[in-house]
Write a protein that binds this ligand. Structure first.
Ligand SMILES: C[S@@+](CC[C@H](N)C(=O)[O-])C[C@H]1O[C@@H](n2cnc3c(N)ncnc32)[C@H](O)[C@@H]1O
Length: 408
């Protein structure tokens, strides 16, 4: 999990050999008599090695996170430097506060500003979430032997980052398929991060009612091209300057501007099939990962509980066996949907509504299994990351479900 991983470094290190439980029976004198004088030294050096390894991993992770932030700062350099940037942020905040989502996400300059301001932390957070559920993601990866494993010369990149071998991945090529509703910059970059860290390939389909297409193309370009260098950069720096991803084939992406709640069964099935890269006739369909990141509560509050419930049910009908549904959103009372007229308004927590639909009501042809759930987790940015504007830690709830289709 993102938050758990982000704070994992703060956990107490394993008890050292000095701990009472680790001493040979009889204490130091007995240890000496038994010729175990070096017992502690051995444990201490193992402890030191473990700590060193942990620190090294944290450094690698931080370097990787900085690369993700650089994708944003390079892609939106002009946006971040614009005089009107603070004013535009205020306008977006006001629209979000008024729950006027159409206004908040309705203009190109608003989307760019949103992506430059709020997507970087989210991207890092989602990257941590994806890393935390890697075991489940692995299970949905369809091995596509017709595609080659992405190649990469890690040594040429200077600082070493986590690679396939760190995660135990091995050829042949692995293509993860993801369909993101209300999906834009943060999911796109987090998905790229996952592919990079696992040396795998993937396809992401972003479905959003707002016109994110241009922003997504810009990010795709920055994810697959080497970062810009100063004209004074040394030859070594130029040689080491590589893109986060190999090319467009490592991360294929598609953007569909559509209202998720207006999708009929056939169109939803089409989107799923398109995202999985299989044909309607192909049986069995490949499983995929569906995400609703900071979007489900918006669907409930803006589109209504009835329409959102219908959307979730249709999703259950069209998703292939073994697919995952990942929901991340604000925790607690920030994610509540109200039902009823002004004087008789009743509020329901998003998680309750979600569980009620997926786990608490009878469904035909499929069932959902809740496989991970966290009510509130902090994602904390490590000290020392560099971005043109301040970024904050964030808190979120996270729920992961797997679908099981009944055999007909
Ligand atoms: C709060 S933003 C979250 C964006 C992104 N997922 C993230 O985590 O940074 C919610 C997104 O959901 C989209 N959205 C809201 N209602 C939608 C709907 N009915 N169909 C598709 N997208 C929708 C908005 O346009 C916006 O891009």
């Amino acid at each position: 999990m993102g938050g758990r991983r982000a704070t994992a470094s703060k956990r107490k290190p394993p008890a050292s050999a000095g701990g009472a439980g680790r001493q040979p029976a009889g204490g130091p004198a007995a240890a000496a008599a038994a010729g175990l004088d070096n017992y502690n030294d051995g444990e201490d050096s193992r402890d030191r090695a473990r700590k060193q390894q942990q620190q090294q991993q944290q450094q690698q992770q931080k370097h990787h996170q900085q690369r993700l932030l650089n994708v944003f700062s390079d892609a939106f350099a002009a946006v971040l430097a614009r005089d009107s940037f603070p004013t535009i942020l205020q306008e977006i905040k006001q629209a979000l506060y008024n729950r006027d989502f159409a206004a908040a996400f309705g203009r190109q300059d608003y989307l760019e500003a949103y992506a430059a301001r709020w997507s970087p932390t989210r991207a890092l957070c989602y990257a941590a979430v994806f890393r935390g559920i890697r075991g489940h993601l692995d299970a949905v990866v369809a091995v596509d032997e017709t595609e080659a494993m992405p190649s990469r010369d890690a040594a040429a990149e200077g600082v070493e980052e986590p690679s396939a071998s760190d995660y135990g991945a091995s050829p042949p090529a692995r293509r993860l398929r993801m369909l993101c509703f209300g999906g834009c910059a943060a999911e796109h970059v987090a998905f790229a991060s996952y592919l990079r860290e696992t040396a795998s390939s993937g396809t992401v389909t972003l479905v959003d009612s707002a016109p994110w297409s241009q922003t997504a193309s810009l990010l795709q370009q920055h994810l697959t091209s080497p970062p810009p260098l100063s004209k004074y950069a040394s030859a070594a720096a130029r040689a080491a300057n590589t893109a986060l991803l190999d090319d467009d084939s490592q991360l294929r992406f598609a953007f569909c501007q559509e209202d998720a709640l207006s999708l009929g069964r056939d169109r939803l099935a089409e989107l799923v099939v398109g995202a999985t890269g299989t044909s309607q006739q192909q049986q069995p369909q490949r499983p995929l990962v569906v995400t609703l990141m900071f979007t489900l509560n918006e669907l409930y509050t803006d589109g209504g509980i009835g329409r959102t419930t219908k959307f979730l049910r249709l999703l259950g009908e069209v998703l292939p066996e073994g697919s995952l549904l990942l929901v991340v959103d604000s925790p607690g009372s920030y994610s509540e949907a109200a039902v009823g007229k002004e004087d008789k308004k009743k509020k329901y927590p998003m998680q309750w509504l979600l569980n009620h639909t997926l786990l608490g009501t009878e469904t035909v042809g499929y069932t959902w299994e809740g496989i991970e759930s966290e009510d509130s987790i902090w994602f904390r940015l490590p000290e020392g990351l560099d971005y043109p504007i301040p970024l904050e830690n964030m808190r979120y709830q996270m729920h992961l479900y797997r679908i099981h289709k009944s055999k007909s």
